[in-house]
Design a protein around this ligand. Structure first.
Ligand SMILES: Cc1ncc(COP(=O)(O)O)c(C=O)c1O
Length: 466
């Protein structure tokens, strides 16, 4: 094997005081070495683009409850919570106990199994549109299948998605995710996928309705997250979702909610319960598997019946979706059952309580920054949150376009300081998630830490203006 010289990239988050990066490097020496070693065998040093942050990510060694530890034994209060999947925190007892049993009773049956039926019944009882369900393993698969189903059902080809909308790495929806939206998201994508996607402006009723009224006879579906996650943690206006629902019905297109993040999170029944608007199909993932890989396409039986092989349709009329070797594997099904059952039995206390902590974060973070002359907007809903920094002339953050125009470098510096100086973790610029393990004193500590960072960012700004 050819030896490769790898260096830690020069950090663009380095500021005049440079202290956050120095402190981070001083306390994460093992992670730094691991990163350099990892790059020789793992392309880019790890396997999910979002998990990289400059100068290098710390490497985790264990996690429990609200905490995650790195290989240098630094402890962080974790608000990333496994890409938001861990609503009950890391390794909750209710899940780990059933998993310990299931490890002895079979990992992968590779056949129809009773736990998948049990989980499907549970999902169907919680999620308003979920009359019928197909399990798969990742969110990217689920959104790919949802699009395929919509095309099969409507016999149309075009898909409308939000500019800035992220639905996983499947090729059909890897269009218009990051700015500039017109440029392909990756080398190696087939340009013909691009021609089947039309991009709408999130939360902009007029332009979206106009888009949906033009050449509408070939629009199979509109797919969106009712609260955009990677796009900036941006809740849809209820009026926007209502307009989409009405317009989809008018033109005969399906409405798909990608609820990989919002499912079982904004409410037990996801965003569709939270907003009171029912899509035709939805995709579920993350919390669904209780910390293990599981995803699903769910929706109206009339649509899902297209996957039923007992109907003996010719192959061009059936819709083959779902499955995969690890779909319905026993551990994920049981972790999902344990988690959803726990949430269902306590939904009247859990959702208000994690939502209250989310509200406190959004409100008090912005207050602390304002007190230091910095205009921030903390977005999100319920237990999900993120903070953006307004540039001169900006008043609010309601769409991914607003996020792009905001001071994203300031966002990165804020989050990096929380990691390096305050032991608070979530991926810089991504989504924060409160779990049932977090308490009011965690949130108070977060706010106190924010105050210290705000003070520092403000004095750095004054220094650079001298
Ligand atoms: C809204 C949304 N859809 C789809 C996906 C893809 O899910 P997965 O990472 O399980 O493939 C994600 C992942 O974060 C997501 O946030």
């Amino acid at each position: 094997m050819a030896s490769q010289v790898v260096r830690v990239p020069k950090s663009r988050t380095r500021t005049s005081q440079a202290s956050s990066v120095d402190e981070y490097e001083a306390k994460t020496r093992r992670s730094k070495k691991m990163y350099l070693d990892a790059r020789k065998v793992l392309a880019g040093g790890q396997s999910h683009n979002a998990r990289f942050f400059e100068p290098y990510p710390f490497y985790a060694s264990r996690a429990k409850g609200k905490y995650i530890w790195d290989v240098d034994n630094n402890r962080y209060v974790d608000y990333w919570m496994g890409h938001t999947a861990l609503i009950l925190g890391h390794s909750p007892r209710v899940v780990s106990e059933v998993l310990a049993k299931q490890i002895r009773d079979g990992l992968l049956f590779g056949t129809a199994n009773k736990y998948a039926v049990e989980l499907a019944e549970l999902v169907s009882s919680c999620v308003p549109c979920a009359e019928s369900i197909r399990f798969c393993t990742t969110g990217a698969e689920a959104t790919m299948y949802a699009v395929r189903l919509a095309r099969a059902h409507t016999k149309r080809k075009q898909i409308v998605k939000m500019a800035g909308g992220w639905h996983g790495y499947n090729s059909s929806l890897s269009v218009g995710v990051s700015f500039p939206y017109e440029v392909p998201e990756s080398a190696g994508l087939d340009p013909s996928d691009e021609h089947l996607i039309r991009l709408a402006r999130f939360n902009d009723i007029d332009s979206t309705i106009k888009l949906l009224s033009t050449d509408s006879s070939d629009i199979a579906a509109v797919i969106l997250e009712p609260m955009m996650g990677a796009g900036g943690v941006l809740p849809a206006d209820v009026e926007y979702l209502k307009a989409l629902r009405e317009q989809c019905d008018r033109i005969g297109a399906l409405l798909i909610f990608d609820e990989i993040i919002t499912g079982f999170r904004l409410a037990l029944g996801g965003a569709q319960e939270y907003y009171g608007i029912e899509p035709d199909l939805c995709t579920l993932g993350k919390i669904l598997g209780g910390g293990l890989p599981a995803s699903a396409v769910a929706g109206k039986s009339e649509i899902l019946q297209l996957v039923d092989m007992t109907a003996h349709r010719p192959k061009q009329e059936r819709c083959w979706i779902g499955g995969g070797t690890f779909s319905e594997q026993a551990l994920s099904m049981r972790a999902g059952i344990a988690t959803l059952d726990y949430l269902r039995k306590r939904k009247n206390t859990i959702y208000p309580s994690i939502g209250k902590l989310g509200d406190q974060l959004r409100k008090e973070i912005d207050k602390k920054f304002a007190e230091h002359g910095i205009a921030s907007r903390s977005t999100g809903a319920g237990s999900l949150f993120a903070t953006h920094f307004l540039k001169r002339g900006q008043n609010d953050i309601r769409s991914p376009q607003d996020v792009i125009s905001s001071d994203e470098m300031m966002t990165k510096r804020y989050y990096f300081s929380l990691i390096s100086n305050h032991g608070i973790f979530f991926l810089p610029g991504h989504i924060g998630a409160v779990s049932t393990c977090h308490t009011k004193s965690d949130v108070d500590y977060y706010v106190k830490s924010t105050e210290i960072v705000a003070d520092r960012l403000n004095s750095e700004r004054s220094e650079s203006n001298v």
